[in-house]
Write a protein that binds this ligand. Structure first.
Ligand code: IPM
Ligand code: MN
Length: 376
C-alpha cells in the first residue's frame, strides 16, 4: 500500500471550550507539513458534546457518527461544559458524546505517550533529577470496565450503582498491543490493577500472565494502582509501557501528565479494528475559551500521532521536531511561560511557518543547533 498517494478523509470535531481554537492550530500544522508531500487530505467538520446538545439535543448527533464512520481518521478538540457539571440531574450530557463515539467506533485502545521536555521540566512538580529523560506510554482500555457497565440511579438520590465488567477478549486485544509496543521500546510492560480487591483485576492479571509466556523478551511487572500512583511520582523512569483498564488509565494519565510540566503538551490516539481517533488529553478548559491562550501543542502532537497511523513517519517526526524547536526557543503559551508567552494562534503560526521553512528533520536540527531561523 502506498499511503502517500491516497486522499485521506479526516472528520474534524472541534467540540467545546478551547477545542475549536487548538484544533485550528493543529489543522494549520497539518497543512504546513503536508504542503510539499504527496499526502492529500480532505476535512469534514461536525459537532459533538455541549455544542451538539445546543444545536441538536444530542451529544453525538447521528450525522456526526455517520461522518466519523466514513472517515479515515477523526480529529477531536475537547468536550465538556461547566453548565452541565453543575447540573448532575441533566440526562443528556456532553461527555456521553465522546463515550458513545468511542464505543460506536470500537476504539478500545487509548495510547497516551508522556515524556520529558527539557524546556518545561522546571514546571514539573517533581524534581528534575527524578524525571530526567523519563519516557512512558500509557495504554488505557477505552471501551469497557466501569465506564460502560450497567448504571443505576434512583430518583430520590438514595442509591446508585456502576457495574465494572471485562471479558477475556477485551483484555487480550489491548494486551497484545501493549506487548508489541514494549517490544519496539525498552522491553518493559507494567500491568496496573487492583487484583488484591477486584475480580476484574484478577482476570486482567491471569490473562496478561498467560500471554507473557509468548513474549519471553518482555519484562512484565504487576503493580497495584494505589502503589502505581505513588511510583509514578517517585520514580517515573522505572516505567516503559503501562497497561491498564479504563478508569485507572483515566486517572493515571492525568497524574502522569504533570510530569511533563503541562497537561497542554499531551496528545493521544484511540485505535480500534476499523477506526482511529486523535485528541489532546486535556479537556475543554472553559475558562480559557476564545481567549487565544490555550496551549495548542497537545492537539498539534495528536496530528503527529495521526500521521504515524497513516504511515507518514517522516512528517510525524517533522512535527515533533518543530514542537521541540518552538519550546526550545520559548515560543510557548502562558501555561509554560507566564511572563514571555505567545498566543495560541501565534504558536500555531510559528510551528507551521517553521515546518514550511525547514521541512527536513536534519536541517531542522541544524537550525536549532545554530540557534537561528527565519523567525527569530
Ligand atoms: C478523557 C476524559 C474523558 C474520560 C471524559 C471527558 C469522559 O477525561 O478522555 O480522559 O473520562 O475518558
Ligand atoms: Mn481523563
Amino acid at each position: 500500500m502506498n499511503a502517500d498517494r491516497s486522499i485521506k478523509h479526516i472528520a474534524v470535531l472541534p467540540g467545546d471550550g478551547i477545542g475549536p481554537e487548538v484544533t485550528r492550530q493543529a489543522i494549520k500544522v497539518l497543512e504546513a507539513v503536508t504542503q510539499n508531500s504527496k499526502f492529500q487530505f480532505k476535512l469534514s467538520y461536525a459537532s459533538i458534546g455541549a455544542e451538539a446538545i445546543n444545536l441538536t439535543g444530542q451529544a453525538l448527533p447521528d450525522e456526526t457518527l455517520a461522518l466519523c464512520k466514513q472517515a479515515d481518521a477523526v480529529l477531536l478538540g475537547a468536550i465538556g461544559d461547566p453548565y452541565f457539571d453543575h447540573r448532575p440531574e441533566l440526562k443528556v450530557r456532553p461527555e456521553q458524546g465522546l463515550l458513545q463515539l468511542r464505543k460506536s467506533l470500537g476504539l478500545f485502545s487509548n495510547i497516551r505517550p508522556v515524556s520529558y521536555y527539557e524546556a518545561s521540566s522546571h514546571l514539573s512538580p517533581v524534581r528534575k533529577e527524578r524525571i530526567k529523560d523519563f519516557d512512558l506510554l500509557i495504554l488505557r482500555e477505552l471501551t469497557g470496565g466501569i465506564y460502560f457497565g450497567e448504571k443505576k440511579e434512583d430518583n430520590e438520590a438514595l442509591y446508585a450503582s456502576d457495574l465494572c465488567e471485562y471479558h477475556r477478549d477485551e483484555i487480550e486485544r489491548i494486551a497484545k498491543m501493549a506487548f508489541d509496543y514494549a517490544g519496539k521500546r525498552r522491553g518493559k510492560l507494567t500491568l496496573v490493577d487492583k487484583a488484591n480487591v477486584l475480580a476484574t483485576s484478577r482476570l486482567w492479571r491471569k490473562v496478561v500472565q498467560e500471554m507473557s509466556s509468548s513474549y519471553p523478551e518482555i519484562e512484565v511487572d504487576y503493580m497495584f494502582v494505589d502503589n502505581a500512583a505513588m511510583q509514578l511520582i517517585l520514580y517515573p523512569t522505572q516505567f516503559d509501557v503501562i497497561l491498564t483498564e479504563n478508569m485507572f488509565g483515566d486517572i493515571l494519565s492525568d497524574e502522569a501528565s504533570v510530569l511533563s510540566g503541562s497537561l497542554g503538551l499531551l496528545p493521544s490516539a484511540s485505535i480500534g479494528e476499523k477506526y482511529a481517533l486523535f485528541e489532546p488529553v486535556h479537556g475543554a478548559y472553559p475558562q480559557a475559551r476564545d481567549k487565544d491562550i490555550a496551549n495548542p501543542v497537545a492537539s498539534i502532537l495528536s496530528i503527529a500521532m495521526m500521521l504515524d497511523h497513516f504511515g507518514l513517519d517522516s512528517e510525524a517526526e517533522q512535527i515533533r521536531l518543530a514542537v521541540k524547536w518552538s519550546m526550545d526557543n520559548s515560543f510557548v503559551t502562558i501555561d509554560l511561560d507566564p511572563v514571555n508567552f505567545q498566543n495560541t494562534s501565534v504558536v500555531g503560526d510559528l510551528i507551521a511557518a517553521h515546518l514550511q521553512d525547514h521541512p527536513s528533520p536534519t536541517m531542522d536540527q541544524q537550525v536549532v543547533h545554530l540557534g537561528k531561523s527565519s523567525i527569530i
